[in-house]
Write a protein that binds this ligand. Sequence first.
Ligand SMILES: [Zn+2]
Ligand SMILES: [Zn+2]
Length: 288
Amino acid sequence: MIEFGPFSLEGFSLGGVETALRVPELKLAIDVGRGRADLLTCDHIALTHTHIDHAGGLPYLLGLRQLYSMRTPTLYCPGQVARELRAMLDAWEKVQRYELRCDIVPVEVGGRYSLRKGVVLEPFRTYHPVPSFGYTVVEEVQKLLPEHQGRPGPEIAALRKDGVEVTETVRRPWLSVTGDTLVEVLDREPHILESEVLVLECTFLDARKPLDKSRAGGHIHLDELTPLAGAFRNDRLVLSHFSQIYDQRAIARLLRPFGEAIAPTLLTLPTAPPGGETLGSADGAPDD
Ligand SMILES: [Zn+2]
Ligand SMILES: [Zn+2]
């Protein structure tokens, strides 16, 4: 679990196999993997894209919510696939003869979606072979303007009554999650380099996957991050979505030099859910 301000992040990710993240305090899931039961607490579900390792569990999760008579969740997804997603859920409704209710919100660049009072979800463009978005969780707090700080409460109230602007909105970008993407996202969406926590995909870590093949799949290779080591201004950088060609020991070893070169603390998302389950193929051989 990764804590940041009043929030925390849980989740796991194995490239091509399963990715699911959760911010319990906001009832927010970002990608749902196979739709495991711990995601049932999430009334907000944001999909980065509709590859099956990120979105395959959606009908199952909605089915469970229906079974337990839970409230209708809100589903944020790239606008270009909203209709197909609904058609997929409609097909499931027909074959299982139960409703799969969700309020689909097709997200767009520049959109802001309220998760709760003072916290918004802001999508940003990412670069993958299917329509895709990353998400930033921003907290917005009203703060007294510096010139009014230290004044007694009744004085502030009087100013307010006279229509004087006494507060300003301070934005706190707590968390950005890219989902699967090319490295260009760092150049084109530089605001994510300022989030307290940045969860960035880095599927490939060494020459076992040549750079051109990594890019062809719409993924980031560690060789592309190393020259950008000075760019990260986050408090923590969380790499994720490692290919199953790497075991835990290899991941730690291959990432060490990069971790030493960046200012943020480098963390990794687990490649499997808690409880000892191993994901991926038995011999770990197939590629992402
Ligand atoms: Zn993926
Ligand atoms: Zn993908």
